[in-house]
Design a protein around this ligand. Structure first.
Ligand SMILES: [Zn+2]
Length: 239
């Protein structure tokens, strides 16, 4: 990462950047992305990252604002894929459509968050409040029926686990329970809770839990294993 950006971060985050770069052999580049400004009213502009076998780009809403919390979140994503070798969900090449790519990217992100957000909150406890705010917004949208049906079902079930296991927030848990009651999804949410909990240490296992419960077509799903040292990506099908 260029010194001009690195020096704006705290020493622990700087050390994490350097550790990821050393272990992956890839420099983390910071890029300004104006489209990230004003995405969610009342919430900080979100960062994002683009990761493949030969690059890691951190997309920031403004080059003048760079703070530890949001950067840590993206670094944890990068660490999983480029250092730990955790696979990313992708659409198998012969089945690719832009819509599926978007759906699977979102699913991948949600599964990753079950692992990285607890680490993020452990390192920077103030991040907890931000995630509570985010899930209050998401669950309110689910309750008000403002989302497509498939998203509503996934987010009701996933959201229940997230607010309980990751956020441990009783107010959001009550909201979540009432959504599940209204939608008649309590028993499916319980199956998800039990299965995903024991699958969190394996991305492949976690994906299978989602595929089974939400009846996704496994032939659409591939897993990308990035090897930054060799600049290669090995794609394997799920089934
Ligand atoms: Zn994320």
């Amino acid at each position: 990462m260029k010194k001009t950006y690195l020096c704006r971060l705290g020493s622990e985050i700087q050390a994490l950047v350097e550790d990821i770069e050393r272990r992956s052999g890839i420099e983390i580049c910071v890029e300004t992305d104006d489209s990230r400004v004003g995405r969610n009213v009342g919430e900080p502009d979100p960062l994002a990252c683009v990761i493949d076998e030969s690059e890691a780009r951190l997309l920031v809403p403004s080059s003048t604002e760079l703070s530890d919390g949001p950067v840590l979140h993206e670094l944890l994503h990068i660490h999983r894929f480029l250092v730990e070798g955790v696979p990313q969900i992708s659409v198998c090449e012969d089945r690719w459509t832009p819509h599926l790519e978007q759906v699977f990217a979102q699913l991948d992100n949600n599964l990753e968050h079950l692992v990285i957000v607890p680490l993020e909150i452990q390192r920077i406890p103030e991040r907890h409040g931000l995630w509570v705010k985010k899930f209050r917004r998401v669950l309110s949208q689910v309750r008000d029926g403002k989302l497509p049906k498939a998203d509503q079902k996934f987010l009701a079930i996933y959201g229940r686990f997230f607010v309980d296991y990751v956020l441990k927030d009783t107010t959001l848990l009550e909201l979540s329970e009432s959504i599940l009651d209204t939608l008649g999804l309590q028993s499916e949410a319980e199956v998800f809770r039990q299965k995903i909990f024991s699958a969190l240490s394996s991305k492949e296992a976690a994906i299978r839990v989602v595929v089974d419960l939400f009846k996704l077509d496994p032939s659409l799903i591939c897993l990308d294993y990035l090897n930054p040292r060799r600049r290669s990506c090995e794609q394997k099908s799920l089934h």
